[in-house]
Design a protein around this ligand. Structure first.
Ligand SMILES: Nc1ncnc2c1ncn2[C@@H]1O[C@H](COP(=O)(O)OP(=O)(O)OP(=O)(O)O)[C@@H](O)[C@H]1O
Ligand SMILES: O=C(O)c1ccc[n+]([C@@H]2O[C@H](COP(=O)([O-])O)[C@@H](O)[C@H]2O)c1
Length: 196
């Protein structure tokens, strides 16, 4: 599952678990984007913090893991590079599926090397409140060569943007993020007004 995870929240975890279950996945790897391609003009929290929070968030789920592969790679994060690295790392018989929200999936044809990307994994597209993959969108992606598997988890209406907004004005983020992530945000004074 790819994302900026700034910070990881319960919407991510809840969806990842439901997708794992629905698609009978052996494991879900949280890939923390170093410099996200479509957010490169935004101030994104240091990848080390985002990776650390993801590690805390997944600690209790043996089927979840976190990869700092993208965070360690210099330059803009492109999924095509990540999937190539993962294919090189895992045995040939391991099948990879990339989990992504419907909002992000709509732009798949504009991702770097879209033609090559389409051949490297199946794309599991999760609907989220306010964003789902219409049949016409799924057809358009299929025509562009993408193997799409739509999944509709009973998603939580949580976004990292909302978590950051609340944290920035000292509002509670309890029950929006795991307790350990909340403690981390407070301890490291992340997302406070005036900080970036
Ligand atoms: N509540 C949610 N339900 C379903 N999918 C989600 C949810 N939140 C995020 N996603 C999906 O998870 C992936 C990673 O999300 P990301 O790290 O960008 O979080 P975000 O909450 O969308 O962040 P931001 O608000 O900063 O844009 C994206 O593909 C996104 O569409
Ligand atoms: O490879 C690309 O060109 C590309 C363009 C936009 C987004 N992505 C990936 O899509 C995932 C969700 O991105 P975001 O910005 O919604 O957190 C994350 O893994 C990004 O690296 C990838």
């Amino acid at each position: 599952m790819g994302g900026t995870f700034d910070p990881v929240h319960l919407g991510h975890l809840c969806c990842a678990e439901q997708v794992r279950d629905a698609c009978a996945l052996d494991a879900v790897l949280f890939l923390v984007a170093g410099t996200p391609s479509f957010k490169r003009d935004l101030a994104v929290t240091d990848a080390a913090h985002r990776v650390a929070m993801c590690r805390l968030a997944v600690a209790e789920n043996p089927a979840f893991d976190v990869s700092a592969l993208e965070a360690a790679r210099p330059g803009i994060t492109f999924t095509v590079d990540t999937l190539r690295q993962l294919h090189a790392h895992y045995p040939e018989n391991v099948e990879l599926a990339f989990i992504v929200g419907a909002d992000a999936a709509l732009a798949l044809p504009e991702w770097k090397e879209a033609d090559a990307l389409a051949g490297l994994a199946e794309f599991i597209v999760m609907s989220r409140p306010g964003s789902s993959l219409a049949a016409a969108d799924a057809d358009r992606l299929a025509q562009a060569g993408f193997r799409i598997r739509p999944v509709a988890p009973s998603a939580l209406d949580i976004s990292s943007t909302e978590v950051r907004r609340r944290a920035s004005c000292g509002q509670s983020i309890r029950y929006l993020v795991p307790d350990a992530v909340r403690d981390y945000v407070l301890a490291h004074k992340l997302y406070r007004k005036g900080d970036s």
